[in-house]
Design a protein around this ligand. Structure first.
Ligand code: SAH
Ligand code: SF4
Ligand code: F3S
Length: 448
């Protein structure tokens, strides 16, 4: 019996969360690790970092500083740093934190068990931040889960090179996983009771895999294959890119009722000038056309976005174009960030000419509008009947079940029967910003 106790801390996007859960599975299988929640009792510590916005390095060294004493009192502890900051900083991490043992990247995390064994033998640090082609998925054991909704990564990396973004530099080139593996992974999840699949990637709709016979499977083809898997009642995906949101993909919303009435489609800015400086590869008319076409097929579809505020050159006029787009599209809950220059990106060389005060003001205004709309959308759901996928019992109140609407609102309701894992119709009776309360009406057998 081993007494490996592993503590993992994760920062960043859902892909990083997914990676960390896979590291945990792999470490359990290969090194008999027990995953623990308190770092003080761990003998292996893994930090999975993110470098999307500012102070990523500072945050890393701050965190490592807190773990320095743990290593001092027990030199056998192994500290591993991975993720996007690890790729960016590489060996430089050791200059400021010489007690780190392993540095790995998003594409080499499957090598951690072997690296740990080597460290234990040779007592020397190891760095592997290379980009082997989508190798890691072959190493992950089949997932075990008790959840109703699960994430699954379908595409790695990004080829878009938006001028502000670090991701293509840290996650590597865009590579799609073989669809056979994805389908196999989803079937395995479905056999364990998973009813909702959330596909992940920096650009899921750029998915393209050519199999050994030369057949091309694009994102729409993949969705069709997933929709055929027994018991998968809902399909979500994050993040899609407007440039790859083809008519074929829009039309498939007619054919696949499992696709939720919700799309996260980041626009970043409402100004064509800024979009061009960002190298986003679409303009506002094209963006609006996608939404228009989607709403013809699914009139109630909700759209969310990411926004960057204060990109170099953004004038008041550009900013108000973003606000006007927000009102025009009626975005649901969205994410917004102040622009942060990332080392080595083209935008970091542009004159960052907007004052901090101005940026904060713009962010505040933008978030005000988004929150107002989120609130209105929640309120409009009052007295309507919503399709809810029941996920479990509320941790706060054991009398209540909870589930999610298609547009990601958590709904609480009471019932004497256990409908966990089923789609049910709930009449919404109380509405808060992000959560709702309702009354059970019936089981929802037809998806629409
Ligand atoms: N691939 C996705 C999102 C990637 S990162 C897409 O293209 O939409 C998630 C979000 O972080 C981005 O949508 C963007 O809004 C934000 N972001 C990325 N780089 C940033 C930077 N340098 N400064 C501020 N926000 C940034
Ligand atoms: Fe970054 Fe742009 Fe790729 Fe998204 S599409 S990950 S913002 S480079
Ligand atoms: Fe962050 Fe890397 Fe994800 S920079 S957002 S962890 S891809």
């Amino acid at each position: 019996m081993s007494n490996n106790k592993l503590y993992i801390k994760t920062w960043g996007c859902q892909m990083n969360e997914y990676d960390s859960s896979k590291i945990a599975d792999l470490m359990e299988k290969e090194l008999n690790c027990k995953i623990i929640q308190s770092v003080e009792n761990a003998n292996i510590i893994i930090l999975n970092t993110c470098s999307i916005r500012e102070k990523a390095q500072e945050k890393l060294f701050h965190q490592l500083g807190r773990w320095k004493n743990l290593k001092k009192s027990n030199p056998n502890i192994i500290i591993c740093v991975g993720g996007c900051v690890a790729v960016q900083e590489g060996k430089r991490i050791l200059n400021r934190a010489h007690y780190v043992d392993i540095i790995f990247g998003p594409q080499t995390l499957h090598r951690i068990p072997v690296m740990i064994n080597k460290i234990r033998k040779f007592k020397k640090y190891l760095i592997d931040i290379s980009f082997p082609k989508i190798e890691k998925f072959n190493y992950f054991p089949l997932a075990k889960t008790k959840k109703i909704s699960e994430f699954i990564s379908i595409i790695e990396g990004c080829n878009k090179y938006c001028t502000y973004c670090i991701v293509p530099h840290t996650r590597g080139k865009e590579i799609s996983r073989p669809y056979e593996n994805i389908i196999e992974e989803i079937k395995n999840l479905s056999n364990q009771g998973v009813k909702e699949i959330h596909l992940l990637g920096q650009n899921v709709n750029a998915y393209k895999y050519i199999d050994l016979k030369g057949n091309i499977c694009n994102f729409t083809n993949l969705l069709k294959k997933i929709a055929k898997i027994k018991n998968i009642k809902r399909i979500r995906f994050t993040t899609s890119h407007p440039q790859n949101f083809s008519d074929e993909l829009i039309q498939i919303y007619k054919k696949i009722p499992q696709l939720v009435n919700f799309v996260h489609l980041p626009v970043q800015s409402g100004s064509d000038k800024i979009l061009s400086l960002m190298k986003r590869r679409y303009n506002i008319i094209e963006y609006k056309n996608i939404i228009k076409k989607l709403r013809i097929i699914r009139p109630n579809i909700q759209i969310s976005s990411d926004f960057i505020i204060g990109f170099p050159g953004e004038t008041q006029d550009d900013f108000y174009k973003t606000i006007s787009l927000i009102l025009n599209i009626n975005f649901d809950m969205s994410f917004s960030f102040i622009y942060s220059p990332r080392p080595g990106t083209p935008a970091s060389k542009l004159n960052n000419n907007i004052s901090e005060y101005e940026k904060k003001q713009r962010l505040y205004i933008l978030q005000y509008y988004i929150n107002q709309q989120t609130k209105k959308i929640s309120q409009k759901m009052l007295n309507t009947i919503q399709s809810v996928l029941v996920e479990g019992i509320s941790p706060q109140n054991k009398q209540l079940f909870f589930g999610r609407t298609e547009n990601n609102r958590v709904v609480f309701f009471q019932n004497k029967n256990n409908y966990i894992g089923q789609l049910v119709n709930i009449k919404i009776t109380t509405s808060y910003l992000y959560s709702l309360y309702g009354q059970f009406i019936s089981i929802n057998n037809n998806l629409y």
